[in-house]
Design a protein around this ligand. Structure first.
Ligand SMILES: *Cc1c(COP(=O)(O)O)cnc(C)c1O
Length: 437
């Protein structure tokens, strides 16, 4: 298989989209900015495969950025969505499925209570508001390269030292909005202790990806999450474990199932929505009691706990048994081995990193550049051009990868022998393309 690099129907749609939508997309990475070429407009998905507007079929290693644990259009999920839709799309009143989904999440995790929202961004934004309300403190600590959605206070870059305030990372966020945010390097325990020594009593919370997947996969090392737990406990700050990506993706209990560090608040999204907009934040009962309507911290949502989204999420989670996670681990390990072997074969400097079944591949320009990627600075040494060349060749050969070297590759339980052999056929060509780039 070798598709032409032009994709006429997608190109036409992209042009149409660009007239009425900024950049032609509704979320930036979809625009293929990091890899070039025409973003593929998708018309359908089934199991491990996506079909685009030009009728081309791809093995999907994005899985909607994580949610599709069981592949596209799984019959149980589609059935749940169809049945829910037939009963009405939204009531603006409590429903049974919201309770069932909350029970399922609580049963799988260490949290007492959960509040449903519609996106991961809303979940982290609300968790931070709650942490500030609960502690009566202002400062939020985050790590460079960790992404928590497009929350104003979290779109912040590091200041010149731990004692300074963060600066906005984007136009449209003001200094006031990042004034109470501190950004430090991931996996740097010393920086954490130094910060808490200087300003521990101002800190409302530390928010961290349970295991980061938004700067490529960069797992916590040397019990970093435990360090965060100890530092926050000592100073009376809350620890927020952002499991929007890892939650119910890497184990039936998310990252917490692999490393049981008891954060005060957790955020979820992606898998728990089964491909529909549903997300959540939750934690200890005494903290959650501060939320409206019972408590003083306001939070609300017209479509929160939407009956169709909760039906999809519940079906997705009910399918997610321990056997499924074992299979995802095995498929991920096999895939990592295949990619690495092809890249070694072509002499492409690279490093594969994984966390549970999530993994990513860092390409480097020279063998001397290869390193363990521990933080965002390390991640930024990767080769954009080699990744782009690799990506385009995989795409041409019918494999859809995340269109950026800073993203996680997501496997699904639908990857069968046919899908794996298509990937395996494509890899040597993609590795050659990366070697030549
Ligand atoms: C995807 C993601 C978010 C944001 O979720 P949205 O639903 O895109 O708003 C937040 N945190 C992490 C760790 C994520 O991966």
């Amino acid at each position: 298989m070798n598709y032409p690099s032009e994709a006429p129907e997608s190109a036409r749609l992209f042009e149409r989209a660009g007239v009425v939508t900024p950049g032609g997309v509704n979320s930036p990475v979809r625009a293929f900015g990091a890899v070039g070429g025409t973003p593929r407009f998708m018309v359908s998905g089934k199991g491990a495969y996506l079909t685009d507007a030009d009728g081309r079929e791809y093995v999907d290693l994005v899985s909607s950025w994580g949610p599709l644990l069981h592949g596209h259009a799984h019959p149980a999920v589609i059935d749940a969505v169809t049945k829910a839709a037939a009963h009405g799309t939204s009531f603006g009143a409590p429903t049974v499925n919201e309770v069932a989904l909350a029970e399922e999440i609580v049963a799988r995790t260490a949290i007492d209570q959960v509040r449903l929202v519609s996106s991961g961004t809303e979940a982290t934004m609300s968790a931070i508001r709650l942490a500030r309300g609960y502690t009566g403190r202002s400062t939020v600590v985050k790590f460079a390269g960790c992404y928590h959605g497009h929350v104003d206070a979290l779109l912040a870059a590091a200041g010149s030292g731990v004692a300074t305030f963060a600066t906005p990372e984007t136009e449209g966020v003001t200094g006031a909005q990042t004034h109470d945010t501190v950004v430090i390097d991931y996996n740097d325990a010393e920086a954490v202790w130094e910060l808490f020594e200087q300003r521990g009593d101002e800190i409302a919370c530390v928010i961290t990806e349970a295991s980061p997947g938004n700067m490529g996969v960069v797992p916590p090392r040397d019990s970093f999450n435990q360090v965060l737990r100890e530092a926050t406990l000592k100073s009376g700050a809350l620890l927020i474990s952002d499991e929007v990506m890892t939650g119910f993706r890497v184990s039936r209990s998310g990252w917490w199932g692999l490393e049981a560090v008891d954060a005060d608040l957790f955020t979820f999204g992606k898998v728990m929505g089964g491909g529909l907009p549903a997300a959540a934040f939750g934690g200890r009962a005494d903290i959650m009691a501060k939320l409206s309507p019972g408590g003083p911290v306001y939070q609300a949502g017209t479509l929160s706990g939407n009956p169709i989204a909760t039906a999809a999420g519940l079906a997705n989670l009910q399918l997610a048994t321990d056997e499924v996670y074992s299979r995802l681990d095995a498929v991920s390990t096999e895939l990592q081995g295949m990619v690495s072997a092809a890249l070694f074969g072509a002499g492409v400097p690279h490093r594969v990193q994984y966390a549970g079944n999530m993994f990513s591949v860092f390409f480097f320009d020279r063998e001397d550049d290869v390193r363990e990627v521990r933080n965002y600075d390390d991640s930024r040494t990767q080769s954009a051009s080699k990744f782009a060349a690799f990506f385009q060749e995989m795409l041409a050969r019918g494999v859809y990868l995340p269109p950026s070297g800073y993203e996680t590759w997501f496997v699904s339980g639908a990857l069968d022998d046919g899908a794996m052999s298509r990937i395996s056929d494509a890899l040597p060509y993609a590795a050659q393309a990366a070697a030549a780039a």
